[in-house]
Design a protein around this ligand. Structure first.
Ligand code: ASP
Ligand code: MG
Length: 406
């Protein structure tokens, strides 16, 4: 017997038929002799509607009351699913976040989970009852309802799996797993059987939106085995797990891209100590995340060009912050370019193998693609290129690293 947390996202519970389908899927797991807790999201579109209503009521609203409103989407689906399970002859009980309770901090609208007390829920599960738990919500100090930020029910599921010491956390979604790259762009993309937490985290943070990033961090921290699989087809998905569980490690596991970045170049910045701090300090104070940075050695020993990237959504604010500090920084010009894409090659195998970066540069050169900025981490190499080359770069790299489906 295993203890399993199953999580179903918005599209999987998008209408009554789909919720009935989820009930049947849960029943199979129970009949296989497992203890099951199910975490569900709101019906697809429901949360957007609720958020919109809050905005219509007052653009600047109390975040605590926002949470009271948007948490209701999940209350509907847990009740409906519990009814569906009972209708199939199973014992089932719904649990709102405050009933479990899932305790969070006081940051309403994007709260973090502090602790989950599973005592009562577990007693029910041990007596053969399916626990149907509302994702995305918890209870903040002062007994106010809190929500975890958009997409937060992935995190609810992983946190619950950790608290229950579950054998597995199965995340059912509208894709059937994690792919080597975006299958909409590269038809040769393959579904991965397994991927490490570290790789998944890099993929999630550079734009592969299968799991909420925070849920992967939590899975990694608590070593929760997470499986991503389709709620519509009956086949194994992708297991996100510890490196030790992966026998045949690929050098490169995936290629991700993000169109969310923009590039800023400062021309002829003074080349003296403290300048980088003077540029990036005010950006950090304005809560603008800087990702890639390159600085040239100066030819004359006096000035140099400095290039970095920020989120596209932050570009205008970043430009303003820099211009406001121009007096202090003393650069000659600022050039902004939002017409870029960041392409990243990811794999734990590159820790122990040389030549992976070289293959990337060589492949892009072969396609006539100019690299504007490079950054690396232990398991990732990212390059910034002109946006129009996104498809070409992904396809060429996918082939070069031997990732194409046979
Ligand atoms: N219902 C919430 C949202 O739409 C949480 C989730 O689906 O994960 O963001
Ligand atoms: Mg989601």
């Amino acid at each position: 017997m295993a203890r399993i947390v199953m999580k179903f996202g918005g599209t999987s519970v998008g209408d009554i038929d789909r919720i009935k389908n989820v009930a049947r899927r849960v029943k199979r797991e129970v009949e296989a002799g497992n203890q099951v807790a199910v975490v569900v999201s709101a019906m697809s579109g429901a949360t957007n509607q609720l958020v919109d209503w809050c905005k219509q009521m007052a653009p600047l609203h109390d975040q605590r009351e926002y949470d009271t409103v948007v948490a209701t989407g999940e209350q509907v689906t847990i009740g409906l699913l519990a009814i569906g399970l009972q209708d199939l002859g199973l014992k089932a009980r719904s649990w709102c976040g405050w009933q479990v309770p899932v305790r969070t901090d006081a940051v309403h609208g994007k709260a973090r989970i502090d602790a989950i007390d599973t005592t009562e829920m577990l007693a029910g599960m041990e007596a053969g009852e399916v626990a149907v738990v509302a994702g995305f919500q918890g209870v903040a100090p002062g007994n106010r309802i809190a929500t975890l930020g958009r997409g937060g029910s992935d995190t609810s599921a992983v946190a619950l799996a950790a608290a229950l010491k579950a054998d597995r956390c199965d995340i059912y979604t509208d894709v059937d797993g994690v792919y080597t790259t975006d299958p909409r762009i590269v038809t040769q993309a393959r579904k991965l059987d397994k991927i490490t937490y570290e790789e998944m985290l890099e993929l999630a943070s550079v734009g592969a939106k299968v799991l909420q990033t925070r849920s992967v961090e939590m899975a990694m921290k608590h070593r929760v085995r997470v499986q991503v699989l389709s709620s519509f087809e009956d086949k194994p998905g992708t297991l996100v797990c510890d490196e030790d569980e992966i026998v045949e490690k690929e050098l490169v596991s995936g290629i991700a891209y993000s169109r969310d970045e923009a590039k800023i170049t400062l021309i002829r910045v003074a080349d003296r100590p403290g300048v980088a701090a003077a540029i990036f300090g005010p950006l950090a104070e304005a809560a603008i995340n800087v990702d890639m940075i390159v600085q040239n050695v100066s030819e004359d020993g006096k000035s140099t060009d400095l290039t970095f990237t920020v989120g596209k959504a932050d570009l205008d604010r970043a430009k303003k912050v820099i211009e406001d500090n121009k007096g202090q920084l003393g650069f000659e010009g600022l050039v902004a370019d939002a017409n870029v894409v960041k392409v990243s090659v990811i794999g734990v195998g590159m820790r122990s193998h040389a030549g992976i970066a070289q293959k990337m540069f060589h492949t892009l050169a072969g396609e006539g693609i100019n690299i504007q900025v490079i950054s690396t981490s232990e398991i990732k190499i990212s390059v910034l290129i002109e946006e129009k080359y996104t498809e070409l770069a992904l396809r060429a790299l996918h082939t070069a690293y031997g990732l194409d489906a046979a």
